[in-house]
Design a protein around this ligand. Structure first.
Ligand SMILES: NC(=O)c1ccc[n+]([C@@H]2O[C@H](COP(=O)([O-])OP(=O)(O)OC[C@H]3O[C@@H](n4cnc5c(N)ncnc54)[C@H](OP(=O)(O)O)[C@@H]3O)[C@@H](O)[C@H]2O)c1
Ligand SMILES: O=CCCC(=O)C(=O)O
Length: 494
């Protein structure tokens, strides 16, 4: 398959003609597609196209913009299985999770399609007679959307759909590892009949295409999801170039299990929170904070369940845990196992690259449980982004919350307890954008705000009506029908 850039309604190669390859992480010998290795000139063309289209798209009534998004939702339903199978082959997640990823895109489409008929502002009384006062949302212009590979459909949809319904035009720069999924998704926007230039796609590396978008004077906003390291660079560049920037970054999420918890429920949450998507979710559980009274029992339950997880190709419906996305991720996770051992953590299960049988040509890492972890260790503090979970023992609820908060990240969190007082205390005291009581750290719903505190972001939120604050400017409007200058009255009001 050949992927192309989509600029001004045309599918075109990079100006240089250069290409990159997307391969199956479960079997590196399988080529999925080639895609353009774009550079700054391709970005210039995409920005020119998006700027031109913005002149008319911003004037399309918002309900009509919402109808385009609704159509994308219908097309996503129609092509759900094909897109999920492609995603599973291209980035390795098990097919059931890939279907869930596409479903998030569908939910997002119908939610933001409806937003076209809301986009509420405020009306408020004026101090003056015969004067109306109100605020309305207005679009920003051209939005550059830079996305990671771990949710190849959901995350681009979280950005494209609210941006478009608000009247902006967009340029998507997807992760290299999931270029084919991005191509398919943008084709659906084309099929939905969006005018040329409203949606543009530029494939290529973050170091070239991403950076060119950040520096381009024709880009008004950058919405980025990815690592905290890249996010910090992006924030600095956008500060220098005066662009609005929304950053959704890494996590070091914890699940607390108290002595009064339903352990079967907590076990299910821990397994899927830690090992779902091979631990490559920003919301993944990478720390399990266990009360000492249940720690031994719960650890034994965890080990038994983990030992039964089936590793394999994502497209095989019997697979529980797929490969890591690429060689770099495999090296990163292996490195953290060396760090864990050198710091004195004990590997209870896993801790190694798997190469047996059908895993031979893929990037598989065994689901791993680390014991004897203390809160100061690197494996308790740094984002690993793989199927590795660290066990930390505590004696008190307050201690559990203090350790949960003792991180530079703040995305998701979870507490298993039957005590309603503790549940509300957790809700109040946890420093994170998302807190689950008796549920795993994963599993976002599109109508609620999504994002984190501390180094997980810069205060913005994706999803829900909160995303509208990213993609619009407020305009305050006063309409004076008194027929006389009221300024004097304002100045004299004392
Ligand atoms: N908080 C959230 O909502 C959320 C959700 C999902 C994932 N994440 C985080 O994402 C990370 C994993 O994703 P990742 O490894 O793909 O992150 P990443 O390396 O930061 O890359 C993310 C995107 O940024 C591009 N990029 C890389 N360097 C760039 C630069 N200097 N300027 C502009 N763009 C650049 C990448 O391009 P390439 O194609 O060249 O890589 C990719 O498209 C984890 O830390 C995870 O926690 C956060
Ligand atoms: O990786 C980021 C998205 C996480 C998500 O959508 C979920 O946990 O459901």
């Amino acid at each position: 398959m050949t992927c192309l850039n989509y600029i001004n309604g045309e599918w075109i190669p990079a100006q240089s003609g250069a290409t990159l390859e997307s391969r199956n992480p479960a079997d590196w010998r399988e080529l999925i597609a080639t895609f353009p290795r774009s550079e700054a000139g391709d970005v210039d063309a995409a920005v020119a196209s998006a700027r031109q289209a913005y002149r008319t798209w911003r004037l399309v009534p918002a309900p009509a913009r919402g109808e385009f998004i609704h159509k994308v939702g219908e097309l996503l339903i129609q092509h759900k299985e094909t897109l999920a199978q492609l995603m599973s082959r291209e980035m390795g997640k098990p097919i059931a999770e890939a279907r869930g990823d596409v479903q998030e895109g569908i939910d997002c489409a119908f939610y933001y399609a409806g937003e076209g008929r809301r986009l509420f502002g405020q009306t408020t009384p004026s101090e003056m007679p015969n004067k109306f006062a109100m605020s309305v949302r207005t679009p920003l212009g051209v939005c550059a959307l830079i996305t990671p590979w771990n949710f190849p459909v959901a995350i681009p949809c979280w950005k494209m759909m609210p941006a478009l319904v608000c009247g902006n035009t967009v340029i998507l720069k997807p992760a290299k590892d999931t270029s084919t999924c991005a191509n398919f998704l943008v084709w659906l926007f084309q099929e939905a009949g969006l005018p040329p230039g409203v949606v543009n796609l530029v494939h290529g590396a973050g170091e070239t295409v991403g950076k060119a978008l950040l520096e381009h004077p024709g880009v008004d906003l950058v919405s980025f999801t990815g690592s905290s390291k890249t996010g910090a660079e992006i924030g600095a560049t956008c500060g220098r170039t005066h662009k609005r920037v929304c950053l959704e970054l890494g996590g070091k999420n914890a699940q607390v299990v108290m002595e009064d918890a339903d352990l079967e429920l907590a076990l299910e949450g821990a397994i899927w929170g830690a090992f779902g998507t091979s631990g490559q979710r920003c919301t993944a559980t990478s720390r399990l904070i266990l009360h000492r009274d249940i720690k031994d029992k719960f650890t034994a339950m965890l080990l038994e369940h983990t030992s039964k997880l089936r590793l394999g190709h994502g497209n095989d419906p019997n697979t529980d845990v797929g490969p890591l996305v690429n060689q770099g991720q495999l090296q990163r996770v292996s490195h953290y196992l060396e760090v864990a051992r050198s710091e004195g953590a004990k590997v209870l299960i896993g801790g190694e690259i798997l190469k047996d049988g059908e895993l031979h040509h893929g990037f598989f890492f065994a689901p791993t449980i680390l014991d004897k972890v203390t809160p100061d260790m690197r494996v308790a503090r740094e984002e690993i982004f793989g199927p590795v979970v660290a066990l930390i023992e505590v004696s008190e609820f307050e201690e559990a919350i203090a350790i949960l908060n003792d991180t530079s990240y703040g995305l998701s969190s979870s507490v298993y307890t039957r005590d309603v007082n503790r549940a509300f205390q957790a809700m109040r005291d946890i420093e994170a954008g998302i807190t689950y009581i008796n549920g795993p750290t994963i599993g976002a719903e599109v109508h609620l705000p999504f994002g984190g505190v501390k180094q997980t972001g810069n205060g913005h939120r994706e999803a829900g009506s909160a995303a509208l604050d990213v993609f619009t400017e407020w305009k305050t409007v006063y309409v004076d029908f008194s027929g006389k200058l009221q300024r004097a009255q304002i100045d004299n009001r004392e």
